[in-house]
Design a protein. Structure first.
Length: 94
């Protein structure tokens, strides 16, 4: 069950709460963080900065290709660390 579906199910009836208000706040916060850091940031940084910018400028690669590659390689470990932080139940909304 995805977090967005859980939020939508909670909106079906104003008097029937599928989850408690604390869990609802945690789900909404987690959904926002996941959408920003797992989708929006990789698309903006990786898609526009690493792929489209060299195409628009007509250059084969950016000035620092190793740093560019390092940012792509560090994306997955960063997402894993963020996931463990959300699963741990410690932080915002818990």
């Amino acid at each position: 069950l995805s977090l967005s579906v859980l939020v939508r199910l909670n909106y079906l009836d104003p008097y029937f709460n599928l989850v408690s208000p604390e869990v609802y706040n945690y789900v909404v916060t987690g959904h926002g963080i996941i959408m920003i850091f797992f989708f929006l940031m990789p698309v903006l940084i990786g898609g526009f900065g690493n792929y489209l910018l060299p195409l628009l400028l007509g250059i084969p690669d950016l000035n620092l290709p190793r740093l560019n590659a390092l940012s792509a390689w560090l994306l997955f470990p960063a997402c894993v660390c963020l996931s463990f932080g959300l699963i741990g139940g410690v932080g915002v909304g818990s």
